[in-house]
Ligand binder design. Structure first.
Ligand code: HEC
Length: 121
């Protein structure tokens, strides 16, 4: 799995280095990377379906909301979701329990794919 991730990272990196247009959130490799991040990183707290019932979720002081909640979805724009994902909860006035993901700062397509994933929950 780690090897596969490294291969994807390498492929994405080399495409940028070659001066090709930056990868888009529609790129299958980008989507696969976002899915992996969701499963391995986010789902530990948020649960695979975003219901806030991940294995680590129960230990959190502030529980993550059900991300599939349409009423909530309608109140947040994509920019807020991008900021929360990269900068963490405090960047938008939420709890520190929502950890930042600084490694995604220079991977906007992956962040975009994560936002789309959340929108489809
Ligand atoms: C260590 C646990 C943890 C991890 C890992 C985590 N989150 Fe969160 N997340 C939270 C908590 C707790 C909240 C709720 C904070 C609050 O309501 O104050 C939250 C809130 C959110 C929100 C809601 C923001 C809003 O506007 O209400 C989004 C979207 C989100 N997380 C996405 C993600 C994504 C995507 C990942 C993976 C890259 C991730 N989270 C990883 C704990 C986590």
């Amino acid at each position: 799995m780690r090897l596969a991730l490294a291969a994807v990272a390498l492929a994405l990196g080399s495409r940028i280095a070659c001066g090709e247009s930056p990868p888009s959130a529609d790129d299958p490799q980008v989507r696969a990377r976002a899915q992996t991040i969701w499963r391995e990183r986010c789902a530990t707290c948020h649960g695979l379906d975003g219901d806030g019932d991940g294995p680590q979720g129960r230990y959190l002081e502030v529980k993550p909301r059900r991300l599939s909640d349409r009423a909530w979805q309608a109140t947040v724009d994509d920019q807020r979701l991008r900021t929360v994902i990269v900068e963490g909860g405090p960047a938008v006035g939420l709890h520190v329990g929502m950890a930042p993901n600084p490694d995604l700062r220079d991977q906007p397509a992956v962040v975009e794919a994560l936002v789309r994933h959340i929108r489809r929950l």
